[in-house]
Ligand binder design. Structure first.
Ligand code: ATP
Length: 324
């Protein structure tokens, strides 16, 4: 179990980049750190890995207090692996050599087998003899993933691990990596902008803003109960209605601000909200329709296509109350 207790950290004296951060991560589980760019996700990974020195608080791993940067001759906790945004590969070594770099040479057949297994997992086995300098960004990222998995770490710190992998490969790769981690009881701390990764795979999500935790809970709980607009907006195109701007929508609703996801707004014969369509985005099984009503942008889902300029009336079928 990883226990982060009340950690604060500043790069310089002007401001705290991380403030009073506390969370736990049980062995074999996945926790996703989500937040806008500059909120502090990478800094948190670097602190836990031991590449930066925190000024306040404590971090424990399996009840052992981590001493951070000052406690290790070489930065980095030995049982942890960190996949940074820059990948950390040796460009002039082959793909196979990069993945096998820290594996034992005692049994060379076993080593080769392990390298091949991991490259197969990330669908890069045909590049085993290729020098990394000749790979694309997405291919490098896949090799880097195989490399951090090579020694089966007990905690994996991943910073935007699929950012350069194309959509075509992304889902296969995510499943392979996250399933491998589950089967091997590897804990994952994942920093990402991609909310879909967190929703589908994370056991818990920690939402970060300006170095502080805004909310933490299971993905399904956060989706249904975001504390404020910042958390709600992480879930994509949403509608926030205030009683002040849309009083007609608040009949029978005891709140002053509500969140309505696009799939909770239906175009119907009768409704409270008159809108004009700006654009329909085809999503495969449905359309996401962008419209304007009372000078505000409104998003709703529809099975039908709506043309630009078309008018329709929307009805709220469900909503979430925003407390802040
Ligand atoms: N080496 C550094 N020196 C000074 N300030 C830094 C340094 N690295 C990051 N920061 C600042 O710390 C804050 C958090 O940065 P961090 O990289 O952790 O954010 P992030 O959430 O990972 O962003 P992104 O999603 O863009 O990677 C930002 O305000 C950033 O400008």
């Amino acid at each position: 179990m990883l226990e982060v207790k009340n950690i604060s950290f500043s790069y310089n004296e002007d401001k705290k980049n991380i403030e009073g951060l506390s969370f736990n991560l049980e062995q074999g589980k996945m926790l996703a750190l989500i937040g806008e760019s500059g909120s502090g996700k990478s800094t948190i990974l670097k602190l836990i890995y031991g590449m930066l020195e925190w000024q306040e608080g404590e971090i424990y791993y399996n009840h052992r207090k981590l001493s951070g940067m000052k406690g290790n001759l070489v930065p980095g906790e030995p049982e942890f692996k960190y996949l940074e945004q820059e990948f950390g590969l040796d460009s002039y070594a082959t793909v196979g050599d990069n993945v096998g770099r820290f594996l034992s040479n005692i049994d060379m057949d076993e080593k080769q087998e392990r390298i091949f297994f991991l490259l197969d997992l990330v669908e890069m086995s045909s590049f085993i003899e290729t020098k990394c300098i000749h790979l694309s960004g997405g291919q490098k990222q896949r090799v880097a993933l195989a490399k951090v998995l090579a020694q089966t770490p007990s905690l994996l710190l991943l910073d935007e691990p699929f950012s350069q992998v194309d959509t075509f490969k992304k889902n296969i790769l995510k499943r392979a990596v996250f399933d491998f981690a589950k089967e091997n009881n590897i804990s994952i701390l994942l920093a990402t902008h991609e909310i879909e990764d967190a929703l589908a795979y994370a056991d818990e999500m920690v939402i970060i803003k300006d170095g502080k935790i805004v909310q933490k809970n299971k993905p399904s709980y956060l989706y249904k109960n975001p504390v404020n607009e910042y958390v709600a907006r992480l879930f994509g195109e949403i509608n926030i209605f205030t009683k002040e701007n849309f009083p007609e929508l608040f009949k029978g609703i005891e709140a002053t601000k509500i969140l309505v996801y696009p799939h909770q707004l239906y175009a119907e014969e009768e409704g409270e909200l008159q809108v004009k369509v700006l654009k329909s985005y085809f999503l495969g099984s449905s359309y996401l329709v962008e419209a304007i009503g009372q000078r505000k942008r409104i998003w709703f889902s529809s099975e039908d296509y709506y043309a630009i300029g078309e008018s329709c009336v929307l009805q709220i079928h469900d909503y979430q109350i925003l407390r802040e």
